[in-house]
Design a protein around this ligand. Structure first.
Ligand code: PA5
Length: 442
């Protein structure tokens, strides 16, 4: 039994009433390519099986996580793209907003590095690590990505200077390819604990592999519940190959229809700021999977009501290229009362009996009505609350929808040829040897 609901009545005005009937065969064919593993890029479908990760692997991850938690005030997770965003999405969604010293979760503090090339970022992190006990998880499937490689070189040296080489070796864990790449070579040479990223699991589909599970477990979250949620969603989707009961297919075909009818941008919205990085993960998953061959929906993100006071104007009245998908959370985890005020100068006493979450949901309803009226189709993905299990369901739902959506566009969901272009220019400009014969593109 899954907990997520998909509601598309806010798009009814923009799609034909018989869309599901008309597109039934098209979407079924796309889904069969995923299930039967015979579509483009089918070497990279190992993520389909990640919800069934065995106990032995999970126990190994939990054991290493417990050791890192025990020995560290801070754990630095080094990685970029698919080797970064999934872990951050789940950790930020589950931790309290403000983790000060006594917060139960949020200890150790997880800090991220290797996801940019900012010198000041690296400097500031070094300053923190001078004063805190720490460990490092370095994640790179290829083992050769520049941003994490730079960060790892810096913090490996820092760790060895601070703790000595022998102790540093116990404080560094690598997640990488089983055989190839500089990181694998380094990990073997230095004797680091290592977890493997399977060849068949691409970066942006790797959150349910050790890439995501190890940092998430180190942050103190229940990785078995996360996988349980994903497994429930898998069962639900795989046992319903027709659209009536398959929310991933419904979402995929509506997105596809809207895209083909001028809605080129999907605005993924949450009314919970803790989902900011979940939306970042969604942006990578869909952007890097669909955005090829001059096709694809541009995946954008907003946190409302915050961004209603900035981008809200554009959403309501700007170029009509948007549709909106809201991840709506039914229940908050805590309650905070709005106090009665005798003077009522701010005129807020009318809200005194209302739970704040209800006010938030009412903001969602009011916004939804206004945006639909303004020509923005509205889709809703409703989850009961933010828990490991529900996030696991959500992750698997988006992954399946994304793969199916790419096949609907006749695109390989699992490659990313476009990300190489900037690298070639950068390496040429930096003087990296084998790139000197390249012509700069502009
Ligand atoms: O989804 C992808 O494949 C990319 O975003 C990669 O995850 C990212 O470029 C990092 O690559 P690597 O893990 O090889 O360092």
């Amino acid at each position: 039994m899954t907990h997520i609901h998909f509601q598309y009545d806010g798009a009814n005005r923009f799609i034909p009433a018989n869309l599901f009937i008309e597109e039934k065969e098209k979407v079924r064919t796309a889904f069969q390519k995923v299930i039967e593993r015979n579509g483009a890029g089918n070497d990279f479908l190992g993520w389909l099986d990640l919800p069934e990760t065995g106990t032995e692997q999970l126990s190994a991850i939990e054991k290493t996580a417990a050791r890192l938690r025990e020995q560290s005030e801070v754990v630095v997770v080094i990685g970029i793209g698919g080797s970064y965003l999934g872990a951050r999405a789940v950790i930020e969604a589950l931790k309290p907003h403000f983790c000060l010293e006594d917060a139960k979760l949020g200890k150790p503090t997880i800090l991220f590095a290797g996801n940019n090339i900012s010198e000041d970022y690296l400097f500031d992190l070094k300053e923190v690590l001078d004063k805190k006990s720490y460990s490092i998880i370095v994640i790179s499937k290829s083992g050769t990505t520049t941003e994490p490689a730079i960060a790892f070189r810096i913090f490996k040296e820092h760790c060895e200077k601070k703790y000595g080489k022998e102790e540093a070796q116990k404080r560094i864990v690598a997640v990488t390819d089983k055989a190839k790449g500089a990181l694998k070579q380094l990990a073997t040479q230095e004797g680091y604990d290592t977890f493997v990223i399977e060849d068949s699991v691409g970066g942006r589909y790797s959150v349910l592999s050790p890439v995501g599970l190890l940092p998430i477990a180190v942050a103190g979250h229940d990785i078995r519940a996360l996988l349980k949620g994903a497994e429930q969603m898998k069962e639900q989707l795989f046992s319903n190959t027709n659209m009536e009961n398959n929310i991933a297919l419904q979402y995929a075909i509506i997105r596809n229809y809207l895209y083909n009818n001028g809605k080129k941008v999907e605005l993924m919205v949450a009314y919970e700021p803790r989902l900011f990085y979940f939306i970042e993960w969604y942006k990578q998953l869909f952007g890097e999977s669909e955005g090829k061959e001059n096709k694809g929906i541009f995946p954008a993100g907003c946190i409302f009501s915050t961004d209603l006071h900035s981008l809200g104007q554009f959403v309501q009245e700007g170029e009509r290229v948007l549709f909106e998908t809201v991840i709506s959370v039914e229940k908050s985890n805590h309650t905070v009362a709005i106090p009665w005020d005798e003077q009522n100068i701010d005129k807020l006493n009318y809200l005194q009996d209302k739970p704040i979450h209800e006010i938030n949901l009412t903001a969602e309803t009011g916004t939804r009505m206004a945006h639909i009226d303004g020509g923005v189709p509205n889709l809703r993905i409703v989850i009961p609350s933010i828990t490991e299990e529900n996030l696991g369901e959500l992750i698997y739902f988006f992954e399946i929808s994304c793969a199916v959506g790419c096949y609907l566009l006749q695109i390989n969901p699992f490659n990313q040829p476009g990300v190489e272009a900037y690298k070639k220019n950068m390496f040429r400009l930096l003087g990296k040897e084998q790139f000197q014969k390249n012509t700069l593109t502009y």
